[in-house]
Design a protein around this ligand. Structure first.
Ligand code: COD
Ligand code: ATP
Length: 357
């Protein structure tokens, strides 16, 4: 049963009645809590799930949006933003938040959060807000620059693949030129990815390990291509920063002073945000103001802290615990996520058929 509630002067969403009347209790008992654990013995990243307490049907669970003041839903719903495409995405957002709430073991050793989204959807803005809460951020875009700095094997490989023309007179990479080449040619982009991504993955891995050695209970890896590169499988929680395609384009053009054509070529080089939502455990809707975003991030941090709990310290005391459960949990989580995605697809197809009919 759904009821329509007005959450702010500009925002209306559909939520289950129980969620509307008892949001906090509702969310506490209906949460996705997959985790990533690190064990000292193996220094492996092993996702661990929280023990099922109660598995609710997807339609009976509360959307994450209850806790935030994000907006423009009313505009999307009335077709003011993005038209039919946005409507489809909106449906996906709603479906994904409703059904992302499975249950898992509350015994994380360190929660590794994979923060992703599309180009200019607001990942860096979310990262900055998270960093203000003293959460360590590992930024793949920054690492991707470091591994191609002058004197690195990465830069040498790029020169041998793309030629010396992609260098500036001072010997650094001409990123604008290389960007124009790779974002208009998929084969070349794959070649660049094959040079840069392995080095980025390796460095990210060691930075995660360092976070764990420092005793952090949560760390966030900000990776634009988390889903495309398959890295979502190795993080404990996937957070997708979403906004409509049109807003993404607009923000990209405003920020980087790209023409619409250049912006589109970069946008088209990535999986669509609507498709990324299929992988999300939590969605940050960045369609509203910076203030809306900040509120959502505050809620996200509260959630991380609650989920990480006290037991992350277990990894320091009994390292084999993570190893024992990790392999099993990894496999189990993959199965659950695959089921979840196929349920969502079926639901969104049903919705489309129903409307079409
Ligand atoms: C092509 C390059 C030189 C352009 O540099 P530029 O400074 O203009 O962009 P920047 O690196 O800041 O990336 C901006 C955004 O573009 C998108 N993007 C970057 N590389 C890719 C790619 N290979 N495929 C799809 N999207 C990409 C991401 O959303 C990223 O956040 C650079 O993006 C690059 O080296 N890309 C390959 C490495 C990579 O995949 N980086 C992404 C994180 S691992
Ligand atoms: N809620 C918002 N309201 C207004 N502007 C925003 C909002 N969120 C982000 N922006 C602006 O949009 C642009 C893109 O945001 P940001 O750099 O955080 O995206 P990103 O996903 O990290 O991009 P990239 O993939 O290129 O690294 C920036 O100029 C930022 O200031």
């Amino acid at each position: 049963m759904l009821m329509r509630i007005q959450r702010s002067h500009q925002c209306m969403i559909n939520v289950p009645v129980r969620a509307a009347t008892e949001p906090h209790r509702f969310l506490q008992t209906n949460c996705t809590k997959p985790y990533t654990t690190l064990t000292t013995s193996t220094i492996l990243i092993i996702p661990v799930l929280k023990c099922p307490r109660s598995v609710k049907p997807a339609a009976d669970t509360a959307p994450e949006y209850l806790l935030s003041d994000h907006c423009r839903w009313h505009e999307c719903q009335s077709g003011q933003v993005g038209g039919e495409g946005a409507e489809r995405e909106l449906r996906t957002v709603r479906t994904s938040t409703y059904s992302s709430q499975t249950n898992a073991f509350r015994d994380p050793l360190m929660l590794v959060v994979g923060l992703t989204g599309g180009i200019a959807s607001g990942k860096s803005s979310v990262s900055r807000l998270l960093a203000a809460h003293q959460i360590p951020i590992i930024d793949a875009d920054i690492i991707a620059r470091e591994v191609v700095a002058p004197g690195t094997p990465g830069l040498t490989q790029i020169i041998s693949e793309f030629g010396g023309d992609v260098l500036q007179p001072n010997g650094t990479l001409d990123r604008l030129k290389l960007g124009q080449i790779v974002f208009s040619d998929e084969v070349k982009r794959r070649k660049l990815n094959a040079i840069v991504h392995p080095a980025v993955r390796k460095e990210m891995f060691w930075r995660v390990v360092r976070c764990w050695l420092k005793g952090e209970k949560v760390c966030v890896v900000d990776v634009p291509l988390l889903i495309e590169a398959g890295l979502w499988k190795f993080v404990g929680k996937v957070v997708v920063v979403y906004c409509s395609r049109e807003l993404q384009l607009q923000r990209l053009m405003d920020r980087d002073k790209f023409s619409r054509e250049d912006a589109l070529s970069r946008l088209n080089a990535q999986m669509s945000l609507a498709d990324k939502l299929d992988y999300a455990d939590q969605v940050v809707d960045n369609s509203g103001s910076m203030h809306d975003l900040e509120q959502q991030v505050n809620n996200l941090v509260a959630r991380f802290n609650k989920e990480a709990g006290w037991s992350w310290r277990v990894s320091w005391v009994i390292p084999p615990v993570g190893l024992m459960f990790g392999g099993f949990k990894l496999a189990w989580r993959q199965i659950k996520r695959a089921r979840r995605r196929s349920r969502r697809r079926a639901r969104s197809q049903d919705g489309g058929d129903a409307r079409g009919g």
